[in-house]
Design a protein around this ligand. Structure first.
Ligand code: NDP
Length: 314
């Protein structure tokens, strides 16, 4: 496993990291969740991701319990705040009250004294940015969080937050968590240039497009039993379009030429971006991690990158 600096910070994170959305506390039974987390750790993954809102706290409990047996200094743990955690008017968003209360609630569920990265899961229009930044800065000063991140904010919102933090001498954003994969390239135009300018690193989520970029879903065929797309409450139809599945078939031949699986090709392709610190995968089984971690350290040939570009640009 190779490690990269998170933006301009001194923190090093594994090129492949492991998340817990939908899976842990969700459709993956606890024993398999813990086995996957243990396998990740054994393979050199030092970066784990969760959120208060994932299965309303259940994911945090499982991730925290699984990691507790390892030295705290040996892993980097991230969680998030924003999503709805109750029915009251203050049970979501980025108000000072909600952030401070939710951070304590997350620490309790995780069984930890601090989290390494605390993300604003989305931008909150109804809270002044300064209120949010001051609450996060207070958490840094209290030692409850070490670094501040955001997820799915626009380039403009990120820039505004950086400038405001600098002006008010508050701790600033050092990490962004966007959706990025071969099938979703929105961040290339604005987010990456703005992040580079401000020393912010990307930790990209759904790098395998929720499993579509492993090649296991095929046009006209039913989703394999037990896969995410086969879960009765989950709908991947937005991703499982004919256009995407045609691209996946063509990408498989590039992967074969490079001697890689499609998942490895998709992750190595993301890691070609120097601004990406880590690709944040999910895993329903330990074997998936054994396959995915092999993407770390791979440099794709110019021919492969050109071929991929041709396929994706159609
Ligand atoms: P991926 O795109 O990596 O999809 C993960 C799923 O793909 C797995 O659960 C598994 O599903 C399948 N898979 C993974 N590897 C393989 C393999 N080698 N072979 C076959 N199938 C494989 O990422 P996610 O969409 O799960 O997102 C990753 C993490 O990002 C989340 O856990 C969460 O922490 C974070 N996230 C953050 C968001 C945000 O708003 N900030 C939003 C979404 C995610 P299965 O086997 O069940 O089919």
């Amino acid at each position: 496993m190779q490690y990269r600096r998170l933006g301009k910070t001194g923190l090093k994170v594994s090129e492949i990291s492991l998340g817990s959305w939908l899976t842990y506390g969700g459709y993956v039974e606890e024993q398999k969740a813990v086995a996957s987390i243990d396998k990740a750790y054994e393979l050199g993954i030092n970066f784990f991701d969760t959120a208060n809102v994932y299965m309303r706290g259940e994911a945090e409990k499982i991730v925290g319990k699984a990691l507790r047996k390892y030295p705290r200094s040996s892993y980097v743990l991230a969680t998030k705040v924003f999503g709805k955690m109750g029915d009251g008017p203050n049970d979501q968003g980025l108000s000072r009250k909600h952030i401070l209360e939710q951070c304590d609630a997350s620490l309790t569920r995780l069984g930890l004294d601090y989290v390494d990265i605390y993300y604003c899961h989305r931008f909150h229009q109804e809270t002044p940015l300064e209120e949010t930044l001051r609450a996060l800065d207070d958490l840094v000063r209290q030692g409850k969080i070490l670094y501040i991140g955001v997820s799915e904010w626009t380039a403009e919102q990120i820039s505004e937050a950086v400038h405001l933090a600098d002006k008010k001498l508050l701790d600033r954003i050092v990490v962004n968590q966007p959706n990025y994969s071969m099938l979703h390239r929105n961040i290339e135009a604005e987010i990456i240039p703005v992040s580079e300018k401000h020393g912010i690193g990307q930790v990209v989520f759904s790098p395998l497009a929720q499993g579509v970029l492993t090649g296991k879903y095929k046009k006209g065929e039913q989703a394999p039993a037990g896969s995410r797309a086969a879960q009765k409450d989950l709908n991947l139809s937005r991703l499982l379009t004919d256009d995407n599945l045609d691209k996946v078939e063509q990408l498989k031949s590039v992967a074969a030429e490079e001697g890689l699986s499609l998942a490895q090709l998709a992750l190595a392709w993301i890691l070609r971006q120097e601004n990406v610190a880590s690709t944040l995968v999910g895993a329903s089984r330990p074997e998936q991690l054994e396959e995915n971690v092999k993407a770390s350290g791979i440099t794709l040939s110019k021919e492969a990158l050109d071929h991929i570009e041709t396929i994706l640009s159609v």
